[in-house]
Design a binder for this molecule. Sequence first.
Ligand code: NG6
Ligand code: CA
Length: 497
Amino acid sequence: MKTFLTLFVFASFCCLTAHAAEKPNIVLIYTDDVGYGDVSCYGAQGVETPHVDRLAREGLRFTDAHCSAATCTPSRFAMLTGSYAFRQKGTGILSGNAGMIIKPGVPTLPSLLKQAGYATGVVGKWHLGLGDGNANWNEAIKPGPNEIGFDYHFLIPATGDRVPCVYVEQDRVVDLDPADPIATSYGKPIGDGPFGTDIPEQLKQKWSHGHNSTIVNGISRIGFMTGGKKARWIDEDMADVISHKAVSFIEQHQDKPFFLYFSTHDIHVPRVPHSRFVGKSTMGLRGDAIVQMDWCVGELLSTLDRLKLTDNTLVIFSSDNGPVLDDGYVDMANEKLGDHKPAGGFRGGKYSMFEGGTRVPFIVRWPGHVNPDSKSDALFGQVDLPVSLATLVGVERPEHGLPDSHDELDTLLGEDSIGRSHLVHEAGSLALRVGKWKFISPGSTRENLGPWDIVKVAEPGLLFDLAKDPGETNNIAEQQPEKVAELSKQLAGIRAP
Ligand code: NG6
Ligand code: CA
């Protein structure tokens, strides 16, 4: 009996300590349009990213991890809901006045962590819509992040290049003067102008395609807005503003487990870094924006160090889609590229079904739990984060929701070198990865990094053996009709509700 009791006490103690260790703080750093090759630890040329490199040196660097889609909105939707975006209509790139596409009540990454007692916050780019589809920017804008599991938010509502160019904190536009109300339009022009179309030569940064409507801070945007003059952001200060908010969130919640989803504006267009970063790369503004993004990472890491939270914080670094060069502004991204390979040598980038569209940097640091300076070639999808992190913190997968999120906690921590057996990539149509095989379904996709060429994908689709041909240069669909049929059938099965 005594031995049994001793064993019981010992076992309870072990469980308790193990349990405590399973509730690290979680900081998810999600960058925008950062390609596989855009940070030094993945081979960048012409720019240095010491803070991201520190994460890799102290953690696990994935070589085959993917965002869900080759654009922002569907990738973020999948990462937060554990559901591929193709399952829900209206999850493509959203306008700045779209309603929120994650329905309150659906289990999400933050709602699962909240169940485990986490304080949850999102700071930075949102682009999942706000309000009911007819947002009044002059009142509380609901539903928003707080209705789907976040306790706190400070947001760039859509993107840096879309109106409204204001921050939203806890459902309200920051610094809004009620005497100067905000209106937005994505159809008919509103406001007196001049617009980007009228005075392209007088703009701080000229537009190359789209982005020619309301001018804010000397830069014309997608969409029209009036009012909110005092509330409008200054692009050059954006990295400082959001890093400061993220640091405050960490400081305020240092005594309990917290989850911070820090979503940078960098390196999305318009690329207008603060003057202290200008010229800090050899690649012009796109490279300088990478330096600024890395600085933001450094701000968070040094805050964790200062508060002695580094050892008990799981940090994840990744990106929402592959790289792009000319994405609508004349910022010389192509001209100043030099030898740098934004997609790390993979084919395509943002908007593409080829690997460059979704294969992104993905780094996990958790001292004492993830081996430092290690590498994983396992197949991992960001769509797995909700269920994997729920498992980590001891929350069971709910009965409904998260249909595509697998428990890949062991992969995330570097214990499983294979990872997912299959993974879907979205970019208009769909692609399927199964082991070394990559099948791209018929449709069309983009080639190059802007300006683009369109590649028509004829029946029965494209097939690549990524083990032999990581650059997807040799389509072997004709030589392997059975494999194509098998993968096409498997994709149809996944696609079915
Ligand atoms: C495109 C924009 C592009 C970018 C993208 C969204 C034009 C011509 N292009 O429609 O600049 O804003 O949408 O990027 O307007 S994402 O990273 O948020 O998905
Ligand atoms: Ca993006």
